[in-house]
Design a protein around this ligand. Structure first.
Ligand SMILES: *Cc1c(COP(=O)(O)O)cnc(C)c1O
Length: 395
């Protein structure tokens, strides 16, 4: 067989305004290109400690067990659930979009007994329904929910849900993949027990890492398990020997060294800006984008008080060929926005404003491009109304 011959891959320059990955800052890309060292090299061990401290800052936690899992957000989800769920355990799983459904499948695969709490797509998780489920299932061990549902654009009240769970003797597992860095997330103040996130959403790092944080209650629960964790790779007891081992780190797996250089730089950038300033920036640009989209005739699907600033879901006109329009956005403007997932496929667009992609430049570029591809489909399109409304919001 002849050796395949290809030119080097020329990655196109895009503006990533979908549900993730978001634009990766050149500083992060440059960090990832630094020389690879061994994953037990003293220099790397020092870097790991800094990553842990930077993540503790970003997640607002003192949890010692705070580190990135060497795999994407879904692996963080799996890590939390496989360690905390034993066969037969009752687990309240809240589902108001795609990712709650994914949690449910994992709990089932762990042999857990799913206690479903369903809310409409686009609505937050209803604490009243969670309370009813907990009252009806006094033996439940865990409550799992998605803080920021990227499939629908809705933000749930993590503090209220965690309080309810604790009042009924449950620990909480929180999906903070899209919330971390974009909206307030208070791991310690809200008492969140097992939290996982992703590198490629509001942290604006390359995809492939899942920051996680575990409370002391989680460690105790895992130590008290009567059955072994069914995943070798994600077994916290084993991973802890590497990430929690201080100077005596034991080999567990080969850490993705260069990916961690990137995360370190992305977290340094977040710390330089300041967490509160990053939250405020997401809110600020979201307001301009939302005003612009509405002026074009694209209503936001989620009620204003539950909207995620970093993920804007708009309703498309009936019968609109959205796939063709997204192809045009990509070809003519280098702009990526997300289509709908699951029940919302074909009906909505998901426009992200995550991390370094969340800027005035991108808001205005996106509104101009969307205005253009909506010409003919919406009466309000093609007249620059979106950009004008956004500029008026910026003042
Ligand atoms: C993106 C996302 C995930 C999955 O993360 P991957 O890195 O794609 O595995 C999980 N939950 C939410 C809310 C997400 O937005």
């Amino acid at each position: 067989m002849p050796a395949p011959e290809f030119p080097p891959f020329e990655a196109p320059q895009r503006i990533l305004m979908g549900p993730g990955p978001s634009d990766v800052h050149p500083r992060v890309l440059a960090a990832m290109a630094r020389p690879t060292v061994g994953h037990l090299d003293p220099a790397f061990v020092g870097l790991m400690d800094e990553v842990k401290q930077l993540l503790q800052y970003a997640m607002r936690t003192q949890n010692q067990l705070t580190f990135p899992i060497s795999a994407p957000g879904s692996a963080g989800m799996e890590a939390c659930l496989v360690n905390l769920v034993e066969p037969g355990d009752g687990v309240v799983v809240c589902r108001n979009g795609v990712f709650g459904g994914r949690m449910r499948s994992i709990v089932e695969r762990c042999g857990g007994r799913v206690i479903p709490v369903d809310d409409a797509w686009g609505a937050p998780v209803d604490p009243g329904k969670v309370e009813d489920a907990l009252k009806a299932n006094p033996d439940a061990k865990l409550v799992a929910f998605v803080h920021a549902e990227t499939s629908t654009g809705a933000l749930s009240d993590a503090k209220a849900l965690a309080e309810l769970a604790h009042a009924h003797g449950c620990l909480v597992v929180v999906d903070a993949v899209t919330s971390l860095g974009g909206v307030p997330l208070e791991v310690d103040a809200w008492g969140l027990d097992a939290v996982y996130s992703g590198s490629q959403k509001c942290l604006s790092c390359a995809p492939g890492l899942s920051p996680v944080s575990f409370s002391q209650r989680v460690i105790e629960r895992v130590q008290a398990r009567s059955t072994p964790v069914q995943s070798w790779f994600l077994d916290l007891g084993l991973v802890m020997g590497y990430w929690g081992g201080g100077a005596k780190r034991a080999y567990h797996h080969t850490a993705p060294v260069n990916a961690i250089y990137g995360l370190h730089e992305a977290l340094r950038m977040l710390a330089e800006e300041g967490l509160e300033a990053a939250w405020a920036r997401h809110r600020h640009h979201h307001q301009a984008l939302a005003a612009g989209l509405e002026a074009i005739g694209l209503p936001l699907r989620v009620a204003a008080e539950h909207r995620l600033p970093q993920l804007n879901v708009v309703e498309l006109p009936e019968g609109f060929d959205e796939a063709a329009a997204r192809r045009r956005l990509l070809a003519d403007y280098g702009l990526e926005v997300g289509g709908g997932l699951g029940d919302l496929a074909g009906k909505v667009w998901r426009i992200g404003l995550m991390g370094s992609a969340c800027s005035r430049r991108n808001v205005l570029a996106c509104l101009a491009a969307v205005d253009d591809v909506m010409r003919g489909a919406l009466d309000g399109a093609g007249q620059g109304r979106g950009v004008a409304a956004a500029l008026a919001t910026y003042g």
